[in-house]
Write a protein that binds this ligand. Structure first.
Ligand SMILES: [Cu+2]
Length: 122
């Protein structure tokens, strides 16, 4: 290795670590409700962790456990209001204790907008 490549090598390590940190953070259990989408649509967590949904859109949304727009009588956020006006009502949290795949949807926007998401608990 010549001297000129050494700084480049450090830069590469630094960028790799930065990228790794960004990827790790994206694994945190935060779901944003933007427009008529859950972002990320699929989130993976470990058993015992909590997923927090935050509505940053203008509309009213729910995070409701179930498939094909049908509630399965699991968890249901009820309406999660817009974040800016009523901050306390803009967030819904649910703790997932058992491993499994948990599909959910937004009641007002499931049909038509296909506003759905999945929580995968490992
Ligand atoms: Cu919605």
């Amino acid at each position: 290795m010549n001297n000129a490549s050494l700084p480049l090598k450090f830069l590469f390590v630094f960028l790799s670590l930065s990228f790794y940190t960004a990827v790790s953070l994206s694994h945190s259990a935060e779901v944003a409700i933007k427009g008529t989408k859950f972002v990320p649509q699929t989130i993976e967590i470990k058993a015992g962790e909590t997923v927090k949904w935050t509505n940053v859109s203008k509309g009213l949304h729910t995070a409701t456990s179930g498939k094909n727009c049908e509630p399965d009588n699991g968890w249901d956020s009820k309406m999660i209001r817009q974040q800016k006006r009523k901050p306390k009502q803009s967030v819904y949290s649910h703790k997932f204790d058992k491993p499994g795949t948990y599909p959910y949807f937004c009641k007002p926007h499931c049909e038509g907008y296909e506003m759905t998401g999945v929580v995968i608990v490992k």
